[in-house]
Structures are given as structure tokens and as C-alpha cells.
Design a protein around this ligand. Sequence first.
Ligand SMILES: Cc1cc2nc3c(=O)[nH]c(=O)nc-3n(C[C@H](O)[C@H](O)[C@H](O)COP(=O)(O)O)c2cc1C
Length: 157
Amino acid sequence: MSTGQIGIIVYSHTGNTLSVAQKLEQALKDSGRAAVILRVEPAGDELPSAASVRIKAAPDVAPYDAVVFASPVHAFSLAPVMKLYLSQISSLTGKEVSCFVTQQLKKPWLGGNRAVRQIAAACRAKGAELKVCGVINWSSGAREEQIKDLIGKLAAR
Ligand SMILES: Cc1cc2nc3c(=O)[nH]c(=O)nc-3n(C[C@H](O)[C@H](O)[C@H](O)COP(=O)(O)O)c2cc1C
């Protein structure tokens, strides 16, 4: 990823997505890059629906040369918290943008791919095409391999 500051912007309800983000942060730091995790947090309801979601903590993307968005899959889609957050951020033009999502089910077509497409569309609306995207299938036996592969691809940029 970029040689400048990298923002890993994470929404995580139960900690799975955050744990992958922490491994990525460590890998980036190990390779000499300045990486920081920033949390997106909902206001009110702990697990808001698309109708009720509001954001309490919305990290600013402006200071980062590269951004990685990370979110769980909720109801075969991007989690409403991340969806709303992405609709509110400032321009991504000129930034290197990547993403990953985590989901419980074993196959990426059970929500993960759709969530990635939703992130891609939201980023495009803000002026950036995604460089690297990944789906981590939490109950899959290949999970650790998926995480390693994703981090390898992100850290190689
Ligand atoms: C409300 C809700 C809906 C979910 N819907 C899906 C789903 O459609 N497909 C799936 O594979 N996992 C689904 N999950 C599981 C999460 O995507 C999975 O556990 C994810 O790794 C959680 O990430 P987190 O610990 O960072 O919150 C759902 C979880 C919740 C709480």
C-alpha cells in the first residue's frame, strides 16, 4: 500500500472484523508503514437496522493517503452502519482504497460479494475505485488462509 499514512477504518460489532484489522495493522507496521485503526461506531441501538441507524463516531478519511474499509456482512448485505458511514464521508479522489468484509457463512456469494460490491459503489461515488477487496468466511476451514492471503495482498501494495 501507499508509503503515506494508512487508515484502516473498521466497523465491528462482535470483534471478528476488528481482529483481522489488527493483524493487518501489525503487518503494515512490521513492513515500516504508518497504519492506524479507526472505529466507526453507531449511536443509540447497539445493532441498528437500516431504518434506525445513526453514526456516533465517523472517522475522517481526509488525512490518509490510503484507506482500507472493513465491515461485517449483515443480512446478506453490507452492515447498515458501514453503508451509512460511507455515504457521509468526504472525497476519496486520489486515495488508494481497499476493503474487506467478514461473514459467518462459508461462501462469499452468501452476502460477502454483495457487501464488497456495495462498498465499491459507495467508493466510486466518492471518486475512488477499489484496489484490493477480500471476503473472510469466518466458519470456513480456510479462514486463516483467507486472512493471510488478504493481508499479503494489502501489504504488498
Ligand atoms: C444482524 C446480523 C446479520 C448477519 N447476517 C449475516 C449474513 O447475511 N451472512 C453471513 O455470512 N453472516 C451474517 N452475520 C454474521 C457476521 O457477518 C459475522 O459473524 C461477522 O464476522 C461479524 O463481524 P464482527 O465480529 O466484526 O461484527 C450476521 C450477523 C449479525 C449480527
